[in-house]
Design a protein around this ligand. Structure first.
Ligand code: CA
Length: 255
């Protein structure tokens, strides 16, 4: 089972996330400051690190940078809502994803699942074992290749049943019919399709669609979802965008 390290100085939050992850069956360790977190991550091989940026001792970005040199480990950053620079520097420093606080636990768990699937942390000891003489069945974990149809089909092209969104052409088709969307509707749909099966909170969607510095009604997200439904769901008699009560929205591949 995957081993996850939480580095977070808000102890209550760390404990809450720990409980949720334990409940999902992961092995969990915690550190409450940057220096301790770095030590633990260098000593032990974790499959994934959830790393807060604002940390006492050593900040998260510094932990990330040092770890890239000493023991690179897939890392999801936990960032404050308006710290755009943190996100950019974090991704530059090698983080695979970030999640903005406050977050819905369902969204965090989904991102953890995706991260573990897409970034299997093959450790040296495991690699040697796998390369052993047994050479039996190869249950290779080809990332998502087995799942056909729905999801990302090629660079910038997303498919959900008969719907195809092509980012480069900035076009959406349903069963060959062109659907005319505004920029924000397009962005919203692309965000949901590129995060297929991940429940996105209204905050996350708002930031993706309206930008980090958007000030205004948060219900614009619901408004855009309504527009998209009226242009797609209602016309083609499908239920594409699902509402997850109290959390946000998701497009599921298995529909
Ligand atoms: Ca903090």
């Amino acid at each position: 089972m995957a081993k996850i390290l939480i580095v977070e100085d808000e102890e209550q939050l760390a404990r809450f996330v720990e409980l949720e992850l334990l409940h999902e069956g992961y092995e969990v360790s915690k550190a409450f400051d940057g220096r301790e977190g770095l030590l633990m991550a260098e000593k032990e091989n974790f499959d994934l690190i959830l790393l807060d940026i604002m940390l006492p001792g050593l900040n998260g970005l510094e932990v990330l940078r040092r770890l890239q040199i000493s023991n690179p480990t897939p890392t999801i950053l936990l960032t404050a809502r308006d710290a755009v620079m943190d996100k950019v520097s974090g991704l530059d420093a090698g983080a695979i994803d970030y999640i903005t606080k406050p977050f819905a636990i369902e969204e965090l768990l989904a991102r953890v699942r995706v991260a573990l699937k897409n970034h299997p942390n093959i450790r040296a000891d495991q690699a040697n074992e796998n390369a052993g003489i047994i050479g039996g069945s190869s249950d290779s974990v080809s990332s998502g290749k087995a799942e056909k149809a729905n999801g990302k089909q090629s660079e910038g092209v997303y498919v959900w049943n008969k719907l195809v969104l092509d980012n480069k052409r900035h076009e959406v088709h349903y069963d060959g019919h062109l659907i005319t969307l505004t920029n924000r509707e397009f962005l919203m749909l692309e965000t949901l399709l590129s995060n297929m099966d991940i429940v996105l909170s209204r905050d996350t969607l708002l930031m993706q669609v309206c930008g980090y510095d958007y000030i205004g009604e948060t219900n614009v997200v619901d408004v855009y979802v309504r527009y998209l439904r009226s242009k797609i769901d209602d016309v083609y008699d499908v239920k594409m965008i699902k509402t997850v009560r109290g959390v946000g929205y998701v497009i599921r591949s298995e529909e």
